[in-house]
Write a protein that binds this ligand. Structure first.
Ligand SMILES: NC(=O)c1ccc[n+]([C@@H]2O[C@H](COP(=O)([O-])OP(=O)(O)OC[C@H]3O[C@@H](n4cnc5c(N)ncnc54)[C@H](OP(=O)(O)O)[C@@H]3O)[C@@H](O)[C@H]2O)c1
Length: 261
């Protein structure tokens, strides 16, 4: 196989949760550009339909499946509709997630549950519903979106998001465990831990605050579409055929930095 063929996703179908906007939309478009047909899921129908139009304009098949991943019945309906579109789903990108900022010493249990409900329970529910068809077919690639917050703590003033960090740590633990369990069935499971990317999650930083933030990143910028598209396409494709149980950090060097100047 030539090197471009290793990254070629023609003939494969991907499902991207949160594929209507933010990083998920970039991932969905990146996989389509590499040749994959793409199912996008999320709560907002309009955003999903506009992503579908963009994917179809690239010559790929696409399907919008409005779903609240916190509702188990909706997760089951999503899996059934996706498997009717393509069986198995070759590439599952568990991207949808939420955060909730609150003072750590008063962190509301409701916030903890809401974050875990989507970031962990919803992710697991969909994975459990789609993995059997992958294992049956003897192929598949699951890519979970983690975060650098899974590995590094943050000061209260900057990152009062304990449930988010814990959920992402659990996503990485689940990634390694499933990699071992599914590996003998031909299904690879990896994760990506992004640093700061330019989405709604970064909207609160503008002007000088944004410049100060970027100055702390060794590569001196936040991540953009191509940075995540390349990483996901690699893990989804045969270029990563011997890679499983790995978390690829895509953070401009933040995790490599010893932070006290
Ligand atoms: N942006 C960053 O700097 C950054 C850094 C580290 C890690 N990450 C990770 O990267 C991933 C994407 O982040 P992002 O910045 O693109 O986030 P975002 O802009 O907040 O988008 C979140 C996505 O999740 C979907 N979603 C939210 N709740 C949902 C629910 N109940 N059911 C189904 N879908 C739901 C949203 O679609 P709807 O609103 O239509 O439901 C949206 O597409 C997340 O896993 C995040 O933790 C991001």
């Amino acid at each position: 196989m030539s090197t471009p063929q290793l990254f070629d996703l023609h003939g494969r179908t991907a499902l991207v949760t949160g594929g209507g906007r933010g990083i998920g939309r970039w991932i969905a478009l990146g996989l389509a550009e590499a040749g994959a047909d793409v199912v996008v899921a999320g709560r907002k129908r309009g955003a999903l339909e506009s992503a579908v139009a963009e994917i179809e304009a690239l010559g790929r098949r696409a399907l919008a499946l409005p779903t609240d991943l916190c509702v188990p019945q909706e997760v089951q309906a999503l899996a059934a509709a996706a498997l009717a579109f393509a069986r198995p789903i070759d590439i599952l990108v568990n991207n949808a997630a939420r955060t909730w900022a609150a003072p750590t010493l008063d962190y509301p249990l409701e916030a903890w549950d809401r974050v875990m409900d989507l970031n962990l329970r919803g992710l697991w529910g969909l994975t459990a519903a789609l993995a059997p068809a992958m294992c049956e077919a003897g192929r598949g690639s699951i890519v979970n979106l983690s975060s650098v917050s899974a590995r590094r703590g943050g000061f209260e003033e900057e990152q009062p998001v304990v449930a988010y960090s814990a959920s992402k740590g659990a996503v990485e633990a689940l990634t390694t465990d499933l990699a071992i369990k599914f590996g003998p069935r031909g299904v690879r499971v990896n994760a990506i831990a992004p640093g700061p990317f330019d989405t709604d999650m970064m909207k609160h930083l503008t002007g000088d605050a944004r410049a100060a933030h970027d100055a702390q990143v060794p590569l001196r910028r936040t991540g953009s579409a191509a940075d995540i598209q390349g990483a996901v396409t690699f893990l989804a494709s045969d270029a990563a055929a011997f890679v499983t149980g790995h978390t690829l950090v895509v953070d401009g060097g933040i995790s490599a930095l010893y932070p006290i100047r």
